[in-house]
Design a protein around this ligand. Structure first.
Ligand code: PGA
Ligand code: ZN
Length: 428
């Protein structure tokens, strides 16, 4: 110490629940500037195997999903090492935690333990310096991303027979994030009416991304409904579409086949099916995880066959710099899905995003299906000038949190801010 930088005085963590009633960690970091930063850890359900390790108790509580061990690691290992440290040295704090963990995937202390403290430290530092978090993290953050809003859910996020996981609208033609939000919500309302008329009121039940989970069977049925809702809302020229196929859970490694749109397919047939789908709907501008996470050669075929379309790596890269180098080097993707808990610390998340941007891979920020009311990801997105943000459907305060934080940031930035709009894929 001996500097005038604010120092950490205490760290505490608590087991809370997320939007699906599963436990997660809320951490608080306190500083000698009299400030406190708070952060909650998200959790996915379609998780890739290259993600930071999510440490769970594995005992009788919460079906084994308790986080008491991870919390004990925060109190017993991280807290004693971090108290007294400069809270504004985010990179140094994150490195110290990585060293204390000492494993490649954070399996000793838990990626969830590290992330909770890493994010809460960033919030505490911003508060201590009296800065909004996006400004603390970057002097240049000014881009409000296109909300890629998932209005129809399938895959492991829904109790229906749709294999692909997310069908999203992207209001690129709106002049501001606020107007983009209005369009998303209006299309969402129109879609509700359409689903009720065509499939009955059960079709408007929700999936895990805050979109509807109607009883559809194929991607074309879902796309046709989305397109019809956009047409009826009167915003055809302003909206494009993004898909998350989330192919890893659709892949059966024993048989080497995918289950997609109602039937089993070889990898070649899966590639053909994805290419046909994207070509049939020219307004699809983004397709995430079209294939399972280890088929880099197949991914390259998709990238090469769909010029002008973002082929977004999620499970493929798991916001992991090593995986990202591999995938970019192989030409297997041209956009990064960036999830803070895949990385496991704020520094690693931002390093991965910046690596992608330096390699002309635009960044799509993404929450997880398991979220809380924490809105930190919106600030990280603005700090990174990410072009798009996979925000979920406008349903529930877990999804509303990010919409509302962006609205707040847009208002705060005023003329300094700019909505990514049609340039969203050039932001790299
Ligand atoms: P997850 O889904 O949070 O359940 O992993 C999000 C995604 O696949 O992008
Ligand atoms: Zn995904």
């Amino acid at each position: 110490m001996g500097t005038n930088r604010p120092a950490i005085t205490d760290i505490s963590a608590l087991e809370i629940i997320d939007n699906r009633g599963r436990p997660t960690i809320r951490a608080r970091v306190y500083t000698d500037a009299g400030c406190c930063g708070r952060a909650d850890v998200p959790c996915g359900s379609s998780t890739g195997s290259y993600e930071a390790f999510d440490l769970r108790d594995g005992d009788a509580r919460y079906g084994g999903r308790g986080v008491r061990r991870a919390i004990a690691n925060i109190h017993d290992v991280l807290r004693p090492a971090l108290v007294g440290q400069d809270v504004t040295d985010q990179r140094g704090l994150d490195q110290l935690m990585l060293d204390l963990d000492g494993t490649p995937n954070k399996s000793r202390l838990g990626g969830n333990a590290l992330l909770a403290v890493s994010m809460a430290a960033a919030q505490a530092a911003a508060a201590s310096l009296r800065l909004p978090l996006y400004r603390y993290l970057s002097a240049d953050g000014h881009v409000l991303p296109v909300p890629q809003s998932c209005l129809i859910n399938g895959g492991v996020h829904a109790g229906n027979d749709l294999d692909a996981q997310e069908f999203c609208v992207m209001p690129v033609g709106s002049p501001t994030f606020a107007e983009a939000t209005r369009l998303v919500c209006e299309v969402f309302e129109t879609l509700k009416g359409l689903l009720q008329r065509k499939h009955g009121k059960l079709a408007t039940n929700f999936g895990e991304d805050g979109g509807y989970a109607p009883p559809l069977r194929t991607s074309r049925e879902a796309m046709d409904l989305l397109c019809e809702a956009v047409t009826q809302t009167g915003c055809v020229g302003d909206v494009v579409y993004g898909l998350d196929i989330a192919a890893t859970p659709l892949y059966d490694s024993a048989s080497g086949t995918y289950r997609f749109d109602g039937r089993s397919r070889t990898p070649e047939e899966m590639i053909a099916a994805v290419l046909d789908l994207v070509r049939e709907y020219p307004s699809i501008v983004s397709v995430e995880d079209p294939l399972q996470q280890d088929d880099l050669a197949g991914w390259k075929v998709v990238v090469d066959s769909l010029p002008g379309v973002l082929v977004v790596g999620d499970d493929l890269t798991a916001t992991n710099l090593g995986r990202l180098r591999l995938a970019v080097g192989a030409g297997a993707m041209n956009a990064l899905l960036c999830k803070v808990n895949q990385a496991g610390t704020v520094t690693e998340c931002m390093d991965a995003a910046r690596f992608a941007q330096r390699h002309t891979c635009p960044v799509v920020m993404s929450p997880r299906s398991g979220e809380t009311e924490d809105d930190i990801l919106s600030d990280i997105s603005v700090a990174l000038n990410a072009g798009a943000f996979k925000i979920g459907g406008p349903h529930g305060s877990d999804r509303g949190a990010n919409f509302n934080r962006f609205l707040e940031i847009e208002a705060e930035l005023g003329p300094v801010g700019s909505y990514a709009g049609r340039d969203f894929a050039q932001l790299a």
